[in-house]
Design a protein around this ligand. Structure first.
Ligand code: C2E
Ligand code: MG
Ligand code: MG
Ligand code: MG
Length: 283
């Protein structure tokens, strides 16, 4: 190691950084072939109506089964897909899978079933690279706009670009619902959300993780719920892992919960089994 380091002309470039950079470059090149090689799949996590326990919503989350490295988490490859631009193609692929799935689940599970997909800011950046508009793809499947939800993050709303906002408004006009992901971690105010006619606010997991009676986090959740409701939006709490968290959120009037307490994100078939089980238990 010492010999190698001595030969290194870029001595500020530590071996750890070099390794990280090399891994990133490798990941980027592997990502390029992964779509064609069909290494991605989509898993679904139920979004549970807290008042009734019923499930008629799910979030689509992408997974990468790497041929040699095994399952790679989106936290590791989404940023790389974003910086390489591949997220545009990957995002469209996820949307198509989710749209086919929601068609099936509207027919077999619940007539109003909704699936949400995450859309990265990068996907809004270059409308010229857009594929067939989502609403046309839904049309072809005989689905209304409201069968899908687009999950965006606060940063997108703060974007000053007209193009981005126009795209968002056009999704809205097509009836596609809009959900604000990871709410509370960015800088947008609730009144800002109303201007864009947001349908759902997702309280970030960091506010749910340490939720106990009398905590500051509970006060924050209560405030978000009250204001969202006053503005006509529904609230989804993310990262619900315990019955206590669920009960506190339910008592606070939170509309939906999503988290390991109910289920991890699972393959479509497993989701159907879970749905059947929940429904037969009177949920
Ligand atoms: P997100 O959209 O906020 O998704 C929620 C994340 O929280 C998911 O992680 C989910 O598995 C995880 N989660 C759900 N319940 C719990 C819980 O009770 N406890 C804990 N600790 N975690 C929970 P995942 O699937 O690893 O995805 C991470 C992020 O990657 C997503 O955060 C989203 O920003 C991004 N992502 C995933 N799929 C896609 C995609 O298809 N397109 C885009 N653009 N981004 C995606
Ligand atoms: Mg999300
Ligand atoms: Mg989130
Ligand atoms: Mg996130």
């Amino acid at each position: 190691v010492a010999k190698g380091a001595g030969r290194n002309r870029f001595s500020f470039f530590t071996p750890a950084l070099q390794t990280a950079a090399r891994e990133r470059a490798q990941l980027m090149s592997d990502l390029r072939t992964a779509l064609v090689a069909q290494e991605f799949r989509v898993v679904y996590q139920p979004i549970v109506e807290l008042a009734t326990g019923s499930i008629h919503k799910a979030e689509a989350l992408v997974r990468w089964q790497h041929p040699t490295r095994g399952l790679i988490s989106p936290a590791a490859f989404i940023p790389v897909a974003e910086s390489s631009g591949l997220i545009v193609e990957l995002g469209e692929w996820v949307f198509v899978q989710a749209a086919r799935q929601v068609k099936h689940w509207r027919e077999t599970l619940h007539p109003q079933f909704q699936i949400s997909v995450n859309k990265s800011p990068v996907q809004f950046e270059n409308p010229n690279l857009q594929h067939v508009p989502w609403i046309e793809q839904l049309d072809q499947l005989g689905l209304p706009g409201e069968s899908m939800v687009v999950e965006i993050t606060e940063g997108l709303l703060l974007s000053s670009s007209d193009g981005v906002l126009d795209q968002l408004l056009s999704l809205r006009d097509d009836g596609i619902n809009v959900s604000l992901d990871d709410f509370g971690t960015g800088y947008s105010s609730l009144s800002y959300l109303q201007r864009f006619d947001i349908d759902f606010v997702k309280i970030d997991q960091s506010f749910v993780r340490q939720l106990v009676a009398g905590s500051t986090d509970l006060a924050l959740c209560q405030a978000i719920i009250a204001m969202a409701h006053a503005l006509g939006m529904k609230v989804i709490a993310e990262g619900v892992e315990t019955a206590l968290q669920r009960d506190l959120l339910k008592a606070a009037g939170c509309d939906f919960g999503q988290g390991y307490l109910f289920s991890r994100p699972v393959a479509a078939q497993e989701f159907e089994a879970l749905f059947t089980q929940t429904t037969s238990n009177g949920g």
